[in-house]
Design a protein around this ligand. Structure first.
Ligand code: GDP
Length: 192
């Protein structure tokens, strides 16, 4: 049985007042749109389509909370990286993620990066947001099945160069299961 057998959708928050109580432990998941974040969440939690609500049109700027048993949560952040974000959306988004960042229960950030793109500027901005000095950050280089072993090793090394001590990094494939056990172990440790 999956170690996250109790995983279930909890709520979508459009404003900090809607967040679940700041108790227990939670881990945020972020990534550029299309990086493979939903697939990674579903694979890690061994669910076929748990993290799909974020795709619903009009709900793109919501924070989706999933409960993994008592007082353990993951928070699915909206995908970033679209060139054009309406001003209104940006105004609403700021306080939302600023509040999230200051929650006592936030243990760390999983950052999902398309392995073929590598770590980019917008990803580095999220690393800063996650505040690596106080909180752990784990990068999944997703869709690793699309790379050869040699290419994967090169991407890993280049990402390590860009991130240095600020994050732990691994190759990951939701499709082939590469790195799945490692990602589950990190999440389990952080939520313990
Ligand atoms: P999100 O926008 O970051 O949530 O990305 P999705 O999880 O929806 O994935 C975006 C696209 O990449 C979809 O077409 C997925 O089928 C594909 N994808 C996601 N993960 C993998 C993977 O591990 N391997 C491959 N080959 N494709 C993937």
């Amino acid at each position: 049985m999956s170690r996250f057998a109790e995983a279930r959708f909890l709520l979508s928050a459009a404003a900090p007042a809607q967040f679940p109580a700041d108790v227990g432990a939670e881990v945020a998941f972020a990534g550029r749109s299309n990086a493979g974040k939903s697939s990674a969440i579903n694979a890690i939690l061994a669910r076929r389509s748990l993290a799909r609500t974020s795709k619903t049109p009009g709900r793109t700027r919501l924070l989706n909370f999933f409960a993994l048993g008592a007082e353990r949560r993951i928070v699915d952040l909206p995908g970033y990286g679209y060139a054009r974000v309406p001003e209104q959306e940006r105004l609403e988004w700021g306080p939302l993620i600023d509040t999230l960042r200051h929650r006592q229960s936030l243990r760390g950030l999983f950052l999902i990066v398309d392995a073929r793109r590598g770590v980019g500027e917008s990803d580095l901005a999220l690393v800063d947001w996650g505040d690596p000095a106080v909180r752990r950050i784990h990068v999944l280089l997703a869709k690793a099945d699309k790379l050869s072993r040699l290419e994967g090793a090169a991407v890993l090394s280049s990402a390590r160069g860009r991130l240095g001590e600020r994050a732990s990094i691994q190759l990951f494939s939701a499709v082939e299961g590469q790195g799945l056990a490692e990602a589950q172990r990190v999440l389990t440790d952080w939520l313990a």
